[in-house]
Design a protein around this ligand. Structure first.
Ligand SMILES: Cc1cc2nc3c(=O)[nH]c(=O)nc-3n(C[C@H](O)[C@H](O)[C@H](O)COP(=O)(O)OP(=O)(O)OC[C@H]3O[C@@H](n4cnc5c(N)ncnc54)[C@H](O)[C@@H]3O)c2cc1C
Length: 402
């Protein structure tokens, strides 16, 4: 007889594991501490449309999540759009989508630009990540890109994302980001304007639809934090997707708003200023259009912060003030009065720190307990694609053992 499984956590990882287990005949109950399912991929409503609480897109190379979207009957909702990137540095926004933009970028000398371009190509084609494991991203970049390019491009990104951990992060982590992203290009099935350009996938109606579809097949109990000892008495097997104790995590904060005002022609804006309270400005509707959002523009101001950061303690209005004051500085035309809806979302466990001694946490951690957490995704970046891949891998392992 197939076993009775408890899953702690209804993120995309836990939900996919539950879905795969039910396909194999297991009985599954998912316990989620929040009122809503979805974890880092959870959604809310803005301008009458579902939207992720943290910005999300997928890449052409994300075969696992694309396969799951197809299997769930949602593939007609997945659309590919041409990406556009801008970089804010030294009080100015620069286009930063490809080689031509890099060549035109006025803040770097020609040698630095050539070195950056070579590094990008090198990492894109070099499939051997192992050699990057033991060196930090900051050391490697400073050495190969040169001091100036490191200070202008990479340091603000690494510091903004990892704060005090910035000089501990392994180059294997950065290798994975560049190596994967480089493969997300428009192909023959896409519109002509996208051919050979970076394209990103987004679902009409939002990625929350994946969570909802997966959940249809599962028994889910939300709003409860369970005691694993009690679950052990009641269930044959337990999959635990909670943060892993000996791993360091960093949190994320996102301010999302809708506005009548368009602030940019770009989708993605890296803010390379260490004084900025946010790391990215995302004009979501510049990727997928504003039709679904009553014709309004949708923005994310997003950042990563340590778990003891004041943003986890202060009133949302203080965060809002800091973010909007800075946005006014970099986009003087920004008019708060044109905002229609706004929300702030905070996640304490948003990204694990991959250091140079990183050891992938074990799957089996007890007689009948298995861990499934994005910290097991390595060296790839912990995106929803790899959450699905890991969940499927764990289910295969459980099925073989039981
Ligand atoms: C700012 C940001 C941007 C991102 N952008 C992208 C992107 O563009 N593309 C992409 O592919 N990925 C992106 N990601 C990553 C992606 O969202 C995550 O990798 C993925 O959602 C992780 O899913 P998970 O199930 O592994 O973990 P989680 O979503 O963290 O799920 C864990 C679940 O466990 C629950 N839980 C925790 N403790 C308990 C408890 N005691 N009892 C019960 N339940 C508990 C949590 O509430 C949560 O629902 C982004 C992440 C962030 C933070």
């Amino acid at each position: 007889m197939k076993k009775n499984v408890a899953i702690i956590g209804a993120g995309i990882g836990g939900l996919t594991a539950g879905y795969e287990l039910t396909k194999k005949g297991y009985k599954v109950t998912v316990f989620e501490k929040n009122k809503e399912i979805g974890g880092l991929l959870s959604d809310f409503k803005i301008e009458g449309e579902s939207l992720e609480k943290t910005y999300h897109h997928i890449f052409k190379t994300d075969k696992e999540i694309i396969g799951l979207i197809e299997e769930l009957g949602l593939i007609d909702k997945l659309k590919w759009h041409k990406s556009s990137v801008s970089l804010f540095y030294n009080d100015k926004f620069y286009p930063f989508s490809g080689a031509i933009d890099l060549l035109k970028f006025g803040e770097l000398d020609l040698i630095s630009k050539i070195r950056l371009g070579m590094i990008y190509l090198w990492l894109k084609f070099d499939g051997n990540w192992k050699k990057y494991e033991k060196v930090t991203a900051s050391e490697w970049m400073e050495k190969w890109a040169g001091k100036r390019a490191y200070e202008v491009i990479w340091k603000p990104l690494l510091k903004g994302k990892f704060h005090d951990y910035n000089d501990k992060v392994s180059m294997a982590w950065l290798w994975a980001r560049i190596h994967t992203r480089g493969g997300s290009k428009g192909g023959p099935a896409d519109a002509k304007a996208m051919a050979g350009k970076e394209v990103l996938g987004y679902m009409n109606g939002g990625f929350g639809q994946i969570n909802n579809k997966l959940a249809e097949k599962l028994g889910i109990k939300t709003g409860i934090e369970v005691d694993i000892k009690n679950l052990e008495k009641e269930f044959d097997l337990i999959i635990d997707t909670r943060p892993i104790k000996n791993i360091d995590y960093i949190g994320a904060v996102d301010l999302i708003f809708s506005s009548k005002q368009s602030l940019s022609n770009f989708y993605w804006h890296n803010i390379n200023d260490l004084k900025s309270p946010f790391l990215v400005l995302v004009q979501h509707t510049n990727l997928m259009g504003n039709k679904n959002y009553n014709g309004k523009n949708i923005y994310y101001l997003g950042t990563y912060v340590p778990q003891d950061h004041k943003y986890f303690k202060v009133d949302d209005r203080e965060i809002e003030k800091e973010f909007f004051d800075y946005l006014k500085k970099i986009k003087p035309e920004f008019d708060e009065k044109q905002i229609l809806e706004k929300n702030i979302f905070k996640f304490k466990n948003a990204q694990h720190i991959v250091n140079t001694n990183y050891k992938v946490p074990d799957y089996k951690v007890g007689e009948k307990i298995y861990n499934l957490n994005f910290a097991q995704i390595y060296p790839e970046d912990r995106g929803i694609n790899f959450a699905v891949k890991e969940a499927k891998r764990l289910v295969e392992m459980i099925n073989k053992e039981n």
